[in-house]
Design a binder for this molecule. Structure first.
Ligand SMILES: Cc1cc2nc3c(=O)[nH]c(=O)nc-3n(C[C@H](O)[C@H](O)[C@H](O)COP(=O)(O)OP(=O)(O)OC[C@H]3O[C@@H](n4cnc5c(N)ncnc54)[C@H](O)[C@@H]3O)c2cc1C
Length: 588
């Protein structure tokens, strides 16, 4: 399955990786991370947030987790790392997502801070920096954003001029995570005015200064500062990659960053659900635990359903990336080159996950606050902090608007390049619409027949809307943002619903239907709601550009392609919640 191909192809359940298949080594990494976070982070969570009073706390904890090998998990053994596979890295990210601000510090260090050197550094740069980055002796940050260039990152104004054996940097970066204690700064600057280029800058270089800690809405324990460069002279050899190719570093590293952000927020969802379920069981009103009320059960179940679906999509993509890495290694690429290319291949899926996960977390934590009632609003309880901390995820690693446009834009680009044939099936669907629908064309076959058919049809709804929009606007489609946003929502919903269905089918294949009874209910409920949303987004998109008979025909098509037999979602959610209440946590 190539990147983006999910839109026109069906993936078989047995070809999908599910978290239930994690092996012993991966589970061992998971419990190591859980132990660290439970012992070192949660008891100190308030202290970590008061970073001005405890400035050494996060850097010291980074060194401690580095000693356990977790900062170097994805770094090859030759540079002092553990060189674990991508699925194991995903497990680690998931657990680190439960560490709130500290998780952000780890992610910035191991991801955008370390990967540019691992993927684009010279051999000397790798030998010099990677072992200490893997151990946590050196801490890293990534300086892309500037006061006047955020989403439009390539418009950066920071300059680099070659002066003999040195590059001289002048400019200003903003919102730099880990800036307060970093030893290394990955910096992007323009050479000759417009050649966007990466550099490695060491902390003690004269002319590098920091702004004050930003006073933020959340992730208060994460250091975020401005970084100023005033005639900062760095050795010529600290150029990272090639002159004018900084965008390759900046954007490729972000593909992996977006994927991992989703794994992390999904961990955050599970933590919030554990806490909320426990509270709902303990809090009594009207003579009973509030977890017994239908309104609360609905909340708990929906929190779990969205988390389950996000979990399914995350591990599905993790494994696609893992397989691609192996395939590329067999073709002769180094592991690092393979990983980079694999993430690039699945850039559409990474953008989808980033939006999906960050919005799932905001939903889940908002409901957790609601379940806590007044105590949810109190700093004495954990959910207020989690609520504030969650919000950043829709902003960094590319805002969700930018990622929505990226997801659809990349699909369209692949289609234009001939890598993904979207237009042939889109035209066929238009023809299909002219035919009288047949209701007995296919024999019902196998579990999830109706659900898989619904997914197949929902993909037709996307192709119908996207194909017609592309025909109408051609190259101008990228300017039709409202239509792109609707198409992106359709794509995200369908990819996620399909992931939940495939995971459940695989679970049935692995352990029998009885073992997946509640997962069946969760997948069907997610799908049922997703199809309603797909219908709505499709309608909005089509009404935005079609008229007359064409409009009427397409509206009928979108409605037909998002049909799903109604079922008792109230009973389904009750069953899902009852299991959570009994387990007193997220049990899926
Ligand atoms: C706590 C925190 C930590 C961060 N850490 C780092 C870091 O370590 N390194 C780093 O380099 N950066 C970091 N950032 C910066 C972050 O990546 C940017 O804030 C983000 O990319 C958005 O840029 P911006 O803030 O300039 O918003 P803008 O780009 O000004 O966007 C404002 C709004 O306009 C929308 N928008 C912008 N362009 C378009 C468009 N073309 N079409 C439609 N809508 C658009 C956006 O989606 C957003 O809703 C961090 C930010 C924060 C808050």
């Amino acid at each position: 399955m190539k990147g983006g191909e999910f839109l026109i192809k069906e993936q078989l359940a047995n070809d999908v990786f599910v978290p239930e298949e994690l092996n012993e080594e991966q589970l061992m990494f998971r419990s190591m991370a859980i132990d660290f976070i439970e012992a070192k982070i949660w008891p100190n969570i308030a202290k970590i947030d008061k970073q001005l009073e405890n400035p050494d706390m996060v850097p010291n904890l980074l060194e401690e987790i580095g000693d356990l090998g977790m900062l170097g998990a994805g770094v090859p053994e030759q540079y002092g790392g553990m060189g674990v596979d991508f699925n194991t890295e995903t497990v680690l990210s998931e657990e680190l997502g439960k560490a709130l601000s500290f998780g952000v510090a780890v992610a910035a260090h191991t991801g955008i801070g370390t990967l540019p050197i691992l993927y684009f550094g010279t051999q000397e740069q790798k030998d010099k920096y990677l072992p200490d980055l893997a151990s946590g002796k050196l801490k890293a940050s990534y300086c892309l954003t500037e006061p006047n260039s955020g989403s439009d990152a390539l418009a950066a104004k920071t300059k680099a001029v070659l002066d003999g054996e040195h590059w001289v940097l002048n400019g200003q970066k903003m919102w730099i995570t880990n800036a307060g204690f970093a030893d290394l700064y990955i910096v992007f600057a323009q050479v000759d005015g417009d050649k966007f280029t990466g550099f490695v800058v060491e902390r003690d270089t004269p002319g590098l200064t920091l702004g004050d800690e930003e006073v933020k809405l959340g992730i208060k324990g994460s250091s975020t500062r401005q970084v100023f460069f005033e005639n900062v002279r760095i050795p010529k050899d600290n150029l990272l990659g090639e002159i004018g190719k900084g965008h390759k570093i900046a954007f490729n590293v972000l593909n992996i960053g977006r994927f991992k952000l989703c794994a992390m927020v999904m961990g955050g969802c599970k933590k919030a659900i554990d806490i909320a379920t426990n509270y709902a069981n303990e809090r009594h009103q009207f003579g009973q635990a509030i977890s017994g009320f239908g309104a609360i059960k609905h909340k708990l179940a929906e929190m779990a359903i969205q988390t389950f679906a996000t979990d399914s999509a995350t591990y599905r993509v993790a494994d696609l990336i893992t397989d691609k890495i192996e395939e590329l290694k067999k073709e002769g690429l180094s592991k690092e080159e393979a990983k980079l290319k694999a993430a690039e291949e699945y850039s559409v899926e990474c953008a989808i996950l980033k939006v999906l996960g960050s919005e799932a977390l905001d939903f889940v934590i908002d409901e957790a606050v609601q379940i806590f009632g007044g105590t949810g609003y109190s700093e004495e309880y954990p959910v207020a902090r989690m609520y504030r901390d969650a919000r950043i995820n829709r902003i960094f690693e590319g805002t969700n608007e930018i990622n929505r446009m990226l997801a659809v834009g990349q699909l369209m680009k692949k289609a234009m390049k001939g890598q993904l044939d979207i237009m042939t099936p889109a035209m066929k669907i238009q023809e299909e619409l002219m035919e009288i629908p047949s209701f007995d064309d296919e024999e019902e076959d196998g579990p999830f027949y109706a659900e898989k058919n619904a997914i197949k049809n929902a993909k037709k709804a996307i192709l119908l809307a996207a194909g017609a929009a592309a025909q109408k606007y051609m190259m101008e489609l990228e300017k039709q943002q409202e239509i792109l946003m609707n198409l992106a929502d359709m794509v995200i919903d369908v990819f996620t619903a399909e992931s939940a269905i495939l995971r459940t089918e695989k679970m049935i294949n692995l352990n029998g239907e009885a073992s997946a009874e509640l997962q069946i209910l969760m997948s069907k409920t997610y799908l049922s709601d997703a199809l309603e949303r797909v219908h709505m987004s499709g309608k909005h998109a089509i009404c935005g550009f079609a008229e007359g008979d064409e409009l009427r025909m397409m509206l009928i098509g979108v409605k037909r392609f998002t049909k799903y037999e109604p079922f008792n979602t109230i009973a389904a959610r009750q069953a899902v919640a009852d299991k959570m209440i009994e387990a007193n946590k997220y049990p899926y």
